[in-house]
Design a protein. Structure first.
Ligand code: HEM
Length: 191
């Protein structure tokens, strides 16, 4: 797949995911409001997520193999959290999040850890929101906006996992994408 085709595909998945989740202008504006309420709690959220992550033996293996230090991990997660809450969720965001997915394929992070880690982010973020927001309507808006944003982010990251794996396979084997897709479907039908 050429870079142009890939960009078009990322833009397409991004738009479909936004439509599916209802991550619209209103949700993005609600997200900005939540940002100001939650920003000070980012370090606490990140530490709680890292505490869950570092209990997993596969994550510990990646951390030791890549030499990822706790301080750097905190910085990277903080960068992503700030982006997730302040972004307008336009094209540049899709490209950025797609690249974050790629970085994890490169680092050898098992794919299953990505949605689980996003789940840990959601759990820790919801705990904070329930602690900080008393007004029921405001709380609901915040929960919906955060859930939409996190699910959009993980969808794009998982797409980049898939693309990276398929592209490496196609490059090594010289197989066409069409043949690959046809073979995958045929194999799945046999199961
Ligand atoms: C929701 C899940 C996650 C988010 C949002 C996230 C965020 C990030 C970000 C923003 C980067 C920098 C990407 C770049 O260079 O462009 C990164 C890199 C990295 N992440 Fe994650 N991450 C997640 C899950 C994980 C998990 C489960 C592991 C497992 C140990 C992990 C390990 C790493 C490693 C090893 C790097 C590369 C660090 C380097 O370049 O030295 N991440 N992550």
């Amino acid at each position: 797949m050429t870079d142009k085709n890939l960009s078009l595909k990322v833009a397409d998945i991004s738009k479909k995911s936004k439509d599916y989740l209802g991550l619209d202008e209103e949700a993005v504006s609600n997200l900005k409001e939540v940002y100001s309420i939650l920003k000070d709690s980012f370090p606490e959220i990140i530490n709680a997520v890292l505490s869950v992550l570092t209990k997993n033996e596969d994550a510990l293996k990646v951390i030791s193999e890549t030499g990822l230090e706790a301080e750097k991990a905190v910085k990277l997660l903080d960068k992503w959290l700030n982006l997730a809450f302040s972004s307008k969720y336009e094209e540049d965001m899709s490209e950025e999040v797609f690249k974050i997915g790629y970085a994890h394929v490169r680092a050898g992070v098992p794919q299953y850890l990505m949605p689980l880690t996003m789940g840990a982010f959601l759990v820790e973020t919801l705990k904070k929101l329930f602690e900080k927001i008393d007004d029921k309507e405001k709380l609901l808006k915040a929960v919906l906006a955060v859930s939409k944003a996190y699910f959009w982010n993980i969808t794009i990251m998982l797409e980049s996992y898939k693309e990276e794996r398929i592209n490496s396979f196609l490059e090594v084997t010289g197989m066409s994408r069409e043949l690959f897709e046809r073979m995958s479907r045929m194999r799945a039908r046999k199961k």
